[in-house]
Design a protein around this ligand. Sequence first.
Ligand code: FAD
Ligand code: UDP
Length: 382
Amino acid sequence: MKILLVGAGLSGAVIGRKLAEAGHDITIVDSRSHVAGNCHTERDDETGVMVHVYGPHIFHTDDEEVWTYVNSFTPFLPYKNRVKTTAKGTVFSLPINLHTINQFFGRAMRPEEAHAFITSEQADTSISDPQTFEEQAMRFVGKDLYEAFFKGYTIKQWGMHPSELPASILKRLPVRFNYDDNYFFHKFQGMPEQGYTALIEAILDHPSITVHLETTFSRDQADGYDHVFYSGPLDGYFDYELGRLGYRTLDFERFSHDGDYQGCAVMNYGEESVPYTRITEHKHFSPWESHDQSVCYREFSRECGPDDIPYYPIRQVDEKALLAEYVALAKQTARVSFVGRLGTYRYLDMDVTIREALDAADGFLSASSNGGKVPAFFVDPL
Ligand code: FAD
Ligand code: UDP
């Protein structure tokens, strides 16, 4: 069969590869001048440092099959994300751990003491079922830590007060009563030695895959193909006819530095008075490389306009209602499946993106071999 994939990010590449291996003829279009979507990495001209062009990306997963999959295309080296945050003129360790708590309160508590202190003197235990980000923070760490590390950062990141955001956003971050400062829990964590674009180029390297860059999809291009996998924005497929799904976009302000600027890859800024959310110093993502010069990005978050790159889906009540309308339209569209973070309007980590892409390709192969209908969605975006 002839299959068109829109988007040469992880979703398009993984689905394309699996269908090419099953004997299908794959064409992939992407409007950008490079593959890899938002995971794209490239060497900085001035410093030679590998840069995460669309923001810091750390690979972490518990899915052994996904880990084996990525490692089969390109070598990964061990990398642990150890984030720092600047607040009240001091640098603290994130996620909140025993070091953060002891430093913040000027104490030397052991794990049980710190746990008892946070629970009895800080946390608002009257909140039994936290619904909002703010309630979740007040319930689990209390006002002081919430205001220092989360409140200002979240207002900058989301353009909304934490009382308007769901608790699920904060639940992504653990609180630890030991000195483990690894940002993630996952069993497998690492960084592709040559960057993510090398990974995605290797996935796309198959004789039955043709990639056309700087090619923006329009619906009439689907003629002549048996099926389309669309990993662009769901509302964009329908020319935004019902309105636009809300996203946050990011602006990156680049600067270079002689030597080491901040001593770590990611430094967050918890205070609202600092206009950016974080500074990424890219050379620390490749600790096996040696660079005298350094390149950093200050990261600013704002509302996504029509010409901006959509980064974080907002998924508030209004967006979810609009999403439901687009999902209904998509389900009436024949021979198109909507995939990936934009096609399903969800925040997806890379490992989940790959898992869903592998499953979508399997779903397509089994439906098409049984003469069954290929679904518009392989996971429910709602
Ligand atoms: P994308 O990467 O967005 O690819 C979609 C592609 O489709 C793009 O290349 C786009 O140009 C193309 N396209 C769109 N519309 C059209 C059209 N009409 N015509 C042609 N082409 C089109 N995940 C992690 O696991 N770890 C992290 O540390 C991490 N950090 C992140 C940091 C930030 C700031 C963000 C925003 C995301 C982060 N992620 C991270 C998530 C990761 O970026 C996604 O999992 C991944 O990019 C999803 O891949 P995708 O192919 O679905 O989407
Ligand atoms: N967050 C915060 N302060 C920080 C880091 C994170 O308030 O220093 C909040 C913020 O609202 C963010 C959420 O916690 O959106 C989840 O953090 P994560 O690091 O997962 O953010 P992402 O990777 O989505 O940027």
